[in-house]
Design a protein around this ligand. Sequence first.
Ligand code: IMP
Length: 424
Amino acid sequence: MSANIVIGTQWGDEGKGKVIYLLASRADVVVRAQGGNNAGHTVANGGETYKLHLIPSGILYKDTLCLIGAGVVLDPKDILGEIHDLSKRGISFDHLRIDPRAHIIMPWHIALDGLSEQFRGNKDIGTTHRGIGPTYMDKYERSGLRFYDLVHPEIFREKALATGKLRNAIITKVFGGEAIDLDKVIEEYIGYGQELKKYMADVSVLTYEADKAGKTILFEGAQATLLDIDFGTYPYVTSSHPLSAGVCTGTGVGPMMIDGVYGVAKAYTTRVGKGPFPTELNDADGDYIREKGGEFGTITGRPRRTGWFDSVIVRHAVRVNGLSCLCINKLDTLAGLSALKVCVAYKRPDGETIRDFPPTLEGLEGCEPVYEEFPGFTDDISSCRTFEELPQICRDYIARLEELCECPVKIIGVGPSREQIIER
Ligand code: IMP
């Protein structure tokens, strides 16, 4: 019937989980195409809260086929933990499938993630320490281990020993770290492979066949546009392509399959980890947004940096993802602030005003946000279910975001639960 992608438009944590969960309720197939367990989707439904890292949100619907594509990096220990925890809560994994091409996160990747961050000192990226970067490094260096290898003990033993020895040399000789007990780790991971092997299937073929059979497919993005390895704030980015285009390479499908791309943004901006953030607030308004919006990391618990909505970055996301529409989450969090600001452009140190997000950190340096101000609102909007029920100030705010971002707003989030949503 249709194939849609959900993408983050800012620095992640835009509430994609909620939009994905809503759209997954209408999908036959849900696909994760990139990233790993650095992602954290929180989904609240019927009084229950689920925190998902790698498992596609469609798992919460018992008949939905849930696919993990070739572009994902898979931590077998972590995913098994997730499967065991959710199974105890009555969730079935009969419909989970993992592509044999997906790369495996090994303990040496996690160790190297931590050691490289330490080595960078105060220039650290602020990664999630989940081994994401080092696993993608091995993939592109062509020395990675894939899910197919993991489930075949003889192949895995040989390949893991070869790459493990080299990583151990880097850990000990370059960083002065502690060597990993390769034999122990390899046997442990072979055990994980045996537990996971029942899920192995060619996700490219499954997705293609599902599309041909007229099924509804949802591609679930993780991380976000400004964390993209090319189009994000490099080097303060993740190591995959969280853009709409990443879905095609990460699943093994062509772009003509895609019917729509939903971009999710918060009504303000947040960021975890280091890197530029032009509209960041280091004042009482920023603290208010953090506390009211519960802006603490799902994975690491780190307090998130907070700031005003930045239409320069969301317009960038509209362009690089070819967004069909925007979903603006957490509008309710802004209630109670005396005034709201939206960044409409940046003023460069040479005085020039720019509206396109600069491609480099150097180009971004010294850029000051140019703000448009809106009156604040105090109304509790959490029970509004139509656009017309929203106070005029909120409607004006959304209408202006549409103009500035050059994209229609189709979904508005007004509270944490699945029902607290306005669809237009
Ligand atoms: P890594 O993905 O662990 O290598 O971390 C690289 C950067 O991406 C860090 O700033 C992380 O905080 C950020 N990051 C990775 N995954 C997410 C996510 O799902 N939400 C928000 N930030 C993320």
